[in-house]
Design a protein around this ligand. Structure first.
Ligand SMILES: Cc1cc2nc3c(=O)[nH]c(=O)nc-3n(C[C@H](O)[C@H](O)[C@H](O)COP(=O)(O)O)c2cc1C
Length: 216
């Protein structure tokens, strides 16, 4: 079956990408309003998109009814700063609590009982229990279509908890030990980052092409 994305309602397009482009890492974003209220919310339309400079991309959808910006998007546009905190299994429930539609003057930090630590280079604090936090500065915010804002951010400072660093000199990490979780198909489904396998990247082998031609 094929789906012409141009002809479908938004909710169907959402289902198609949300259920197939998985697993997605979760950015548990802390941001701060101009009034100084700290906001925390999870976003899984998120990934790294470069390393020179190190860049992340976020897909911040608009509120479905009001079509206004979510608090995270308003704060990033107003202040240019945010922190991406990655989510471990132990923080899953607190992260989920932050997805409630809280009024702008309510801090999810208090609502979900989150422990924070100060950031070095940006105003919003990071989440102290996250294995990894990235302090970011907005590079661009683009409204593409009526219902979403895409933010590109540069990572200025990376915090990785000491217990997950296996070799400081060579910069090796014990990623499985971080027990990060991600989003997968459908509503409310998550994956654990515990089922990995290793495969070396092959070199180009011209004899493979020769074999193909011989078989023709
Ligand atoms: C795991 C998870 C991932 C989410 N990913 C996104 C996302 O990528 N984009 C989005 O607009 N909302 C996403 N949401 C919903 C927002 O977290 C929710 O709308 C939240 O209330 C926004 O908070 P804010 O207004 O404080 O930014 C996600 C929710 C959960 C639980």
């Amino acid at each position: 079956m094929q789906f012409d994305m141009r002809a479908l309602p938004m909710v169907t397009r959402y289902k198609i990408v949300n259920s197939t482009i998985t697993p997605r890492p979760i950015a548990w974003i802390t941001s701060q309003s101009a009034e100084g209220i700290v906001n925390a919310a999870p976003y899984s339309f998120f990934n790294c998109v470069g390393t020179e400079p190190p860049l992340v991309a976020l897909g911040l959808l608009k509120e479905p009814v009001s079509r206004g910006l979510k608090n995270t998007a308003s704060n990033i546009i107003a202040t240019g700063e945010f922190v991406v905190n990655l989510v471990c299994e132990a923080d899953a429930e607190r992260m989920n609590l932050c997805s409630v539609d809280a009024p702008a003057d309510v801090s999810e930090i208090d609502y979900a009982g989150i422990q924070t630590a100060p950031s070095e280079l940006v105003a919003p604090p990071r989440i102290a229990t996250s294995p990894v936090s990235f302090e970011c500065r907005k590079v661009a915010a683009m409204d593409i279509g009526a219902m979403q804002t895409v933010v590109i951010g540069e990572i200025l400072m990376a915090h990785i908890r000491d217990e997950f660093i296996t070799d400081r000199e060579r910069v090796y990490f014990d990623t499985p030990a971080m027990k990060l979780i991600g989003r997968t198909h459908g509503s409310g489904w998550y994956v654990r980052n515990g089922d990995s396998f290793q495969m070396d990247r092959p070199r180009y082998d011209p004899s493979r092409m020769a074999k193909d031609r011989a078989a023709e």
